[in-house]
Design a protein around this ligand. Structure first.
Ligand code: GLU
Length: 389
């Protein structure tokens, strides 16, 4: 039996693969500290849990429209209008099975064989793979650790070609935690609009921003460039609802229609009672989001301190999201050369799971998620320290 060629073009998600390995080790009784997948350790908001249970009890167990529960589409649009002054209505929204499905369906809707998609590097592991699954070619824009991983508009624009269909932006960035500066963002969107190139802004971590630098969302740019601006978001990180699998995209009507059509053949609507839970989270769980933000702030300060103490490790403090992406190549030795071997070494010797930087395009780095307790962070970093000294 021969598998489709597209399967040869991609590998398993590294974030999920390491997380699976860590879970297996823990199930076999080994105390692994898991810094791999970005998964909040907080409980989902009680109001969301109660609303989902109530929906089940009330028999809200049937299909909705493929694009999702109309009330939730409207609530998501209203949230973006209120927070960012975006111009969208519920008709501009598709509710999807996590932000990941929104991105995948967008790739299928906009990218064909031989089309190019410009992606900043380091990148979240799934961006290039989804482009490849759609038949397209990722084109990377390198950013540099010495420049704090700033994504410069000129660098993006210099990679646009006749074949470019889409530019994917991710701010705050997974894995670097860096924000795109407003001037760079506006310039990129303007240049893309001139050429009819879609800009997909994955803003999954927009609620987790720590510094004084204000977060610049692409959403308000839809007033001027409504034909080309798409924003993707998710309930997973914002409300600690990863397993619920509820995300969304907001954008122009033709893109919404195409994504809705694809979704009508792919998943149909996301799980109905989960959407009722998400609706309650959006309306009632703001204080939980602020609580989590405070906790992440503390964890970020702690990990920054602990990393600064590790010899051979260089790391800029992230401004957003809940990852650090330290440069660790000075710790490489025989048997632990490169980020894959080094991560394996940390798992075997320190019992700490991290994601190899190569999965994000940077072999000199590893990614550590700090979506876990300060106690786990302290223990994990102590173990890493003992292992590399
Ligand atoms: N997005 C999170 C991460 O980067 C969760 C796992 C995944 O889907 O990649 O760790």
């Amino acid at each position: 039996m021969k598998l489709a060629n597209r399967v040869q073009r991609v590998g398993e998600s590294a974030t999920l693969a390491v997380s699976r390995q860590a879970k297996e080790l823990r199930a076999s009784g080994i105390d692994v500290i898991d810094f791999s997948a970005g998964e909040p350790d907080f409980d989902s908001p009680p109001s969301a849990v109660e609303a989902a249970c109530k929906a089940l009890r009330e028999g809200k167990t049937r299909y909705t429209a493929a694009t999702g529960l109309p009330e939730l589409r409207h609530a998501v649009a209203a949230d973006y209008n209120q927070r960012y002054g975006a111009p969208w209505s519920g008709d501009n929204v598709v509710i999807t099975v996590g932000g990941k499905a929104a991105l995948f369906e967008l790739a299928l809707a906009t990218v064909g064989v031989g089309d190019e998609v410009v992606i900043p590097l380091p990148y979240w592991v799934t961006f290039p793979e989804q482009v490849r699954l759609a038949g397209g070619d990722p084109v990377f824009v390198e950013t540099s650790v010495d420049d704090g991983f700033r994504l410069r508009a000129d660098a993006v624009c210099s990679r646009l070609s006749e074949r470019t269909r889409v530019v994917i932006l991710n701010s705050p960035s997974n894995p670097t935690g860096r924000l795109i500066e407003r001037g760079d963002l506006e310039q990129i969107v303007e240049r893309c609009a001139e050429r009819g190139i879609l800009v997909i802004a994955d803003e999954t971590y927009d609620r987790f921003v720590f510094g004084d630098e204000p977060f610049a969302s692409a959403a308000p740019l839809a007033h001027r460039f409504g034909d080309v601006v798409v924003v993707v978001g998710s309930f997973s990180k914002t409300y600690a609802m990863t397993g619920w699998r509820i995300g969304y995209m907001l954008g122009p009507p033709d893109v919404v229609r195409a994504v809705g059509t694809i979704q009508s053949h792919a998943t149909s609507n996301p799980t109905t009672f989960a959407m009722y839970g998400a609706l309650a989270a959006l309306g009632e769980a703001e204080s939980r989001v602020e609580e989590m933000l405070r906790a992440y702030r503390g964890r970020r300060a702690l990990i920054e301190r602990l990393l600064a103490d590790l010899p051979g490790v260089r790391c800029a403090a992230p401004v957003g999201a809940f990852y650090v992406f330290p440069e660790v190549s000075e710790c490489y030795r025989d048997g632990r050369q490169g980020s894959v071997e080094f991560s394996r070494f940390l798992l075997e010797k320190a019992r700490v799971a991290v994601v190899p930087g190569i999965a994000f395009g940077c072999d000199d780095h590893i990614r550590i998620s700090f979506a876990c307790s300060e106690e786990r962070l302290q223990t994990g970093l102590d173990r890493i320290r003992d292992a590399i000294l």
